[in-house]
Design a protein around this ligand. Structure first.
Ligand SMILES: NC(=O)c1ccc[n+]([C@@H]2O[C@H](COP(=O)([O-])OP(=O)(O)OC[C@H]3O[C@@H](n4cnc5c(N)ncnc54)[C@H](OP(=O)(O)O)[C@@H]3O)[C@@H](O)[C@H]2O)c1
Length: 313
């Protein structure tokens, strides 16, 4: 097994997903994808689920900015929007950056689906203390308090989308999208929306390659984004992942993250350790060879480490 270096990276990118077209800051190792809004989203973002205390957020954001991350993923249910906003205001000047240099994603909580969607999104803007959010996602197809089989779930997410479309038109949400939507949920939205979703954020790793969903995104110009690329940490000990990592002299985390970005899929690794944040950011200076990509692809089993939205009507 062998890893290719940077020079062969561009030609190795899959042409099946929205292509990461390399922006001028490529040399700073922050390649990006072009969204259907015309904006760019960095391929690498810091996940912040379970980073809660101001100290943890500050440390995480500081090490991420030092390591070239320019994108940050939060959500109203993570209850850290205030801390993330504060950390960015404090740290951006230190890193010679401004608001326009970074990309913030947040998400509408299931309790705010439907009539409360506008209020929920405005609350995220207020807690982050920003004029605009780069990407705002409906976090989950269901509504808190309704059973998964309740038909009001569908009505509520349609209403949420209409509210987000208005805030998008007003420039407060620069791009809008969805998360944890199945093939059915996404098709339903694509049939009624005025603004097409820019992004679908779902669980994605070698055991869950989401082929059908990725195909739909490709056809409709929706950027497919990965969460839990490390299988929430569980895949780091997988024998195949460890074997590939040994063979190419990278860590298991880097192999799993590289497997996604090499297919043009944006990633959001989370770590509360600065050294791991840095390690997870070093995925643009090597390439997995086709044989290793295939071996990792063969791990597909449909295994989910996170949520399963398939029962939500
Ligand atoms: N839209 C959604 O519904 C949704 C759902 C899940 C996640 N997400 C987003 O995606 C982000 C990432 O997903 P995730 O947090 O579920 O899981 P993940 O990134 O797959 O894995 C995180 C786990 O791996 C460990 N880890 C990270 N880097 C490591 C490394 N280099 N070496 C060893 N261990 C490492 C972390 O531990 P330490 O922290 O101790 O390093 C943590 O336990 C979230 O933070 C969130 O922003 C979105």
């Amino acid at each position: 097994m062998q890893c290719y270096k940077l020079s062969s990276l561009v030609s190795s990118m899959s042409d099946s997903d929205p292509l990461p077209s390399f922006s001028p800051d490529f040399l700073n190792l922050t390649p990006s994808v072009l969204l259907n809004t015309g904006a760019r989203m960095p391929l690498l973002g810091l996940g912040t689920f379970q980073l809660r205390s101001p100290e943890d957020i500050l440390q995480g954001v500081d090490s991420a900015l030092s390591s070239g991350y320019r994108s940050f993923d939060t959500a109203s249910v993570y209850r850290n929007e205030t801390e993330l906003g504060r950390a960015l205001r404090e740290l951006l000047p230190k890193h010679g950056l401004s608001r326009e240099d970074i990309f913030i994603t947040s998400k509408l909580g299931p309790k705010d689906q439907g009539t409360k969607a506008r209020e929920g999104a405005l609350r995220s803007l207020e807690l982050l203390d920003v004029e605009y959010i780069d990407l705002y996602l409906i976090h989950w197809p269901g509504t808190q308090g309704l059973g998964v089989g309740d038909l009001r779930n569908s009505k509520n997410r349609a209403q949420s989308w209409a509210e987000l479309e208005e805030l998008h038109a007003q420039g407060r949400l620069r791009a809008i999208g969805v998360s944890n939507y199945t093939h059915g949920h996404l098709k339903e939205l694509l049939e009624v929306c005025r603004v097409k979703p820019a992004v679908l954020q779902v669980e994605f790793h070698p055991c869950l390659a989401q082929g059908e969903l990725r195909q739909l995104c490709r056809e409709k110009g929706v950027c497919f984004q990965a969460y839990s690329s490390l299988g929430t940490g569980s895949l780091l000990q997988d024998p195949m992942v460890v074997q590939v990592a040994k063979g190419c002299g990278q860590s298991p985390a880097q192999v799993l993250l590289r497997w996604a970005v090499q297919q043009g899929v944006p990633i959001l690794p989370k770590s509360s350790h600065p050294s791991r944040v840095a390690e997870n950011g070093r995925v643009f200076d090597f390439v997995l060879n086709p044989e290793d990509m295939k071996r990792l692809g063969n791990m597909e089993s449909g295994k989910k480490y996170c949520w399963d939205p398939s029962q939500v009507v």
